[in-house]
Design a protein around this ligand. Structure first.
Ligand SMILES: Nc1nc2c(ncn2[C@@H]2O[C@H](COP(=O)(O)OP(=O)(O)OP(=O)(O)O)[C@@H](O)[C@H]2O)c(=O)[nH]1
Ligand SMILES: [Mg+2]
Length: 293
């Protein structure tokens, strides 16, 4: 019999490189919010991949970007923590973007680990460009174990990626039972679904200045009633989220309810309200409380 392997793989990278898209694909679940806006993910999020001979605990992380704001500092901290927790580091790079001098910082952070680089979004560029990029990076960062071209959106290169991860996984027992695919409370994932809809539907700075709180979930046998709040800083932002005659909150509520129902596999009544708290991004404790798990 083949020996079982298991371990933790931390997915890190700059904002918008496709980390959450990849973890959702790998775990076959919609566990992490995805949007076309950078800095969508705010927390370290676990998703479990099970196969016959391995179990991989993937950690999705907030895009790595230095900033002095409370919220961004909390986000960077959780990325750094994920680097220290990973048996393997999977650094995601967006194939369509230039590698900048400041990116070296991120490579430096993973130099002492078993690190693999996945070049994502290859569906958007020419093969020759991908090869050039791999040549350049492998010369510059020779400590990287391998470079794998992938498309998380179109499910390309994922088998090669899993094979490469498997090479570096330690021989180990199963870490968690098969039916558990995450370590977070349901409430957290439900708040992530609503946050995703805010990012997808709202523009400019508005989604960045919101948080979502799930106050209560009541199981009424045939339906789950969820009481939730979108926290905003100002009445202007509240108006934007409500939209003309409530049309925007209605859209966000409908889209969220559909995904929450799929997630919980149960009918849901979603009570979604907007609450103003003009201090939430200005107070360290509040930014932490509304954003941490
Ligand atoms: N064309 C293409 N788009 C992709 C691919 N992977 C992700 N995207 C898109 O890239 C955008 C960002 O994806 P996310 O998964 O939210 O990226 P992220 O790295 O988690 O971003 P943050 O949480 O903000 O750090 C979304 O619009 C995705 O649909 C890919 O392989 N190809
Ligand atoms: Mg993300």
């Amino acid at each position: 019999m083949m020996e079982f392997k298991s371990g933790t793989v931390s997915i890190i990278g700059k904002p918008n490189t496709g980390k959450s898209t990849l973890i959702n694909l790998l775990t076959d679940k919609r566990i992490s919010a995805v949007s076309d806006k950078p800095n969508t993910t705010r927390n370290k999020i676990l998703g479990v991949y099970n196969s016959q001979d391995s179990q991989i605990l993937f950690l999705d992380t907030p895009g790595y970007q230095k900033s002095n704001k409370f919220l961004n500092r909390i986000m960077v901290q959780s990325s750094l923590q994920a680097i220290s927790e990973g048996d393997i580091i999977l650094l995601l790079i967006d194939a369509t973007k230039k590698i900048l001098p400041e990116d070296e910082n991120l490579f430096k952070k993973i130099e002492s680990k078993n690190s693999i680089v996945a070049i994502n979004k290859i569906d958007l560029i020419k093969k020759s460009k991908i090869l050039n990029l791999i040549n350049k990076l492998s010369t510059e960062y020779s400590f990287i174990k391998s470079f794998i071209p992938i498309s998380a959106l179109e499910n390309q290169g994922i088998d090669s990626l899993l094979k490469e991860i498997n090479n570096f996984l330690p021989f180990n027992e199963k870490l968690i039972p098969d039916d558990i695919y995450t370590d977070q409370a349901e409430k957290f994932y439900i708040s992530e679904i609503i946050r995703e809809k805010l990012y997808v539907n709202l523009f400019k700075e508005v989604p960045y200045r919101t948080a979502v709180v799930i106050e209560e979930m009541i199981d009424k046998k045939k339906i789950i009633v969820i009481q939730s709040y979108i926290i905003v800083e100002s009445s202007q932002h509240k108006q934007i989220i409500l939209g003309k005659r409530g049309s925007m909150i209605k859209k966000i509520g409908l889209e969220s309810r559909k995904d929450i129902q799929d997630f919980l596999n149960c009918k849901v009544y979603l009570d979604l309200r907007v609450k103003i708290d003009n201090q939430w991004l200005k107070t360290k404790d509040k930014a932490f409380n509304y954003s941490s798990i």
